[in-house]
Design a protein around this ligand. Structure first.
Ligand code: ATP
Ligand code: MG
Length: 390
């Protein structure tokens, strides 16, 4: 279960056919490793690391015997920073305001009656596939079977604490949950109402719809966002009821600042790229809401603390001789599944170590650590006393 570095000529033909690309182009993409080939539990597939000729990044082609299946990449969603301007300008009449759940994007397809979980980059994640199968495999299978597995793909967010990628606590899914946010038919998303009908019919959870509003009702939109902000939830994705125009996203202030606080624990990696984008969002929020005086001071203090405090704590930890890592717990059916996952992480070049594994209620629960680059870089700064950046 790893990379196939030398795809055979027929594999290149299949991809050319599936994506409608000239054969030479496919060859070139493969040689640059923009197009990568892998195997997953006996199934061969290819995936795109970047957008190519109208196919989004993360597009995958799954190979069968005499057939293939394209799993379209999930398109990026543009971000609003001034909803009062963006909503009326971008949308046509009414808008569906959905909750934006904070986890990771997973597309589910049915191939040979098996469900496959494809992550944003277009790789089939063994951990997510197995957990989804155990949690709601039958329901997802039923739903896709009825819709037509040849040309339907479900896209949703995995949330909760038990995954190797993005961990936020949600009371409705503390460990591992899946909420569908789009169903694609022949590469095009269904209107939110149809998505909800299909999901509900089969008991598949979908993202909460928080309101259907007139695009000019910015007040109602803000009330929804304020409530989410108080509850510490990520934000919203706004969609056209018939998907005539692409969706827009918006995140709450508590998330913007919370992201900085979490990211800055590892300030030489995610903190770095997080900081400016989150500050930009707050700049326009402060402007739009006309925040000033003591309320502005409070935000400034909170923002400054979020950037500084976790980073200083990390430096102290490293100076005290401790390592810096993320720790999380995962659940596996057994040893084989655990090993398959460790191999998968290794093949992606992610430094994950197993701390402890124990059997509990018929499953294997494993504690893992992802060692952070920040640890090494801070150690170096502490040793040399000089900064790697100006
Ligand atoms: P991008 O902006 O490129 O889509 P990103 O992961 O950097 O990717 P996010 O800020 O997380 O961007 O916003 C987009 C992601 O939000 C989607 O890819 C999806 O995983 C997630 N999401 C959560 N809830 C919804 C929803 N209701 N509708 C659509 N996407 C949602
Ligand atoms: Mg996200």
């Amino acid at each position: 279960m790893t990379w196939i570095h030398r795809p055979e000529p027929w594999m290149l033909d299949v991809v050319a056919d599936a994506l409608g690309l000239p054969r030479e182009r496919v060859e070139e993409l493969a040689s640059r490793r923009t197009l990568r080939f892998r195997e997953f539990r006996g199934l061969l597939y290819a995936s795109l690391r970047r957008g190519v000729a109208g196919h989004h990044e993360g597009t995958a082609v799954v190979f069968g015997r005499g057939w293939w299946r394209v799993v379209p990449g999930y398109p990026p969603i543009q971000r609003m920073v001034l909803p009062s301007v963006a909503l009326p300008r971008h949308f046509l009449d009414r808008v569906v305001v959905e909750e934006k759940l904070n986890g990771y994007n997973v597309r589910v397809v049915l191939v040979d009656d098996r469900i496959l979980a494809v992550t944003r980059g277009g790789l089939i994640c063994p951990y997510t596939t197995s957990r989804l199968e155990r949690l709601m495999g039958d329901r997802l299978r039923e739903m896709l079977r009825e819709l037509g597995p040849e040309d339907h793909v479900a896209a949703g967010e995995v949330i909760g604490l038990e995954n190797p990628y993005t961990r936020y606590f949600y009371p409705e899914a503390p460990r591992f949950g899946y909420f569908v946010f789009d169903i694609f038919r022949g590469g095009r998303p269904l209107p939110p109402r149809m998505r909800d009908e299909a999901a509900e019919k089969h008991g598949v959870p979908h993202v909460p719809v928080l309101g259907v509003l007139e695009k000019t009702d910015v007040e109602a939109f803000k009330r929804i966002v304020e409530r989410l902000d108080r509850e510490g939830r990520e934000g919203v994705v706004v969609k056209d009821p018939d998907y005539r125009v692409p969706p827009l996203k918006y995140t709450t202030s508590s998330t913007n600042i919370g992201d900085i606080r979490l990211g800055m624990r590892f300030f030489m990696e995610e903190g770095w790229s997080f900081l400016f984008s989150r500050i930009l969002r707050e700049i326009f929020r402060v402007y739009e809401e006309g925040v000033e005086g003591p309320r502005l001071d409070a935000i400034a203090l909170e923002l400054g603390r979020a950037a500084l405090q976790p980073a200083v704590e990390t430096v102290k930890k490293v100076a005290g001789g401790y390592m810096v890592y993320e720790e999380f717990e995962l659940e596996f059916a057994g040893r084989d599944e655990l090993e398959e996952f460790m191999d998968y992480m290794q093949s992606l070049g992610v430094d994950v170590v197993l701390v402890e594994a124990r059997e509990e209620g018929g499953v294997l629960r494993a504690r893992m650590r992802k060692i952070k680059e920040t640890w090494i870089r801070v150690r170096r700064i502490l040793e040399t006393g000089v900064s790697p950046i100006d």
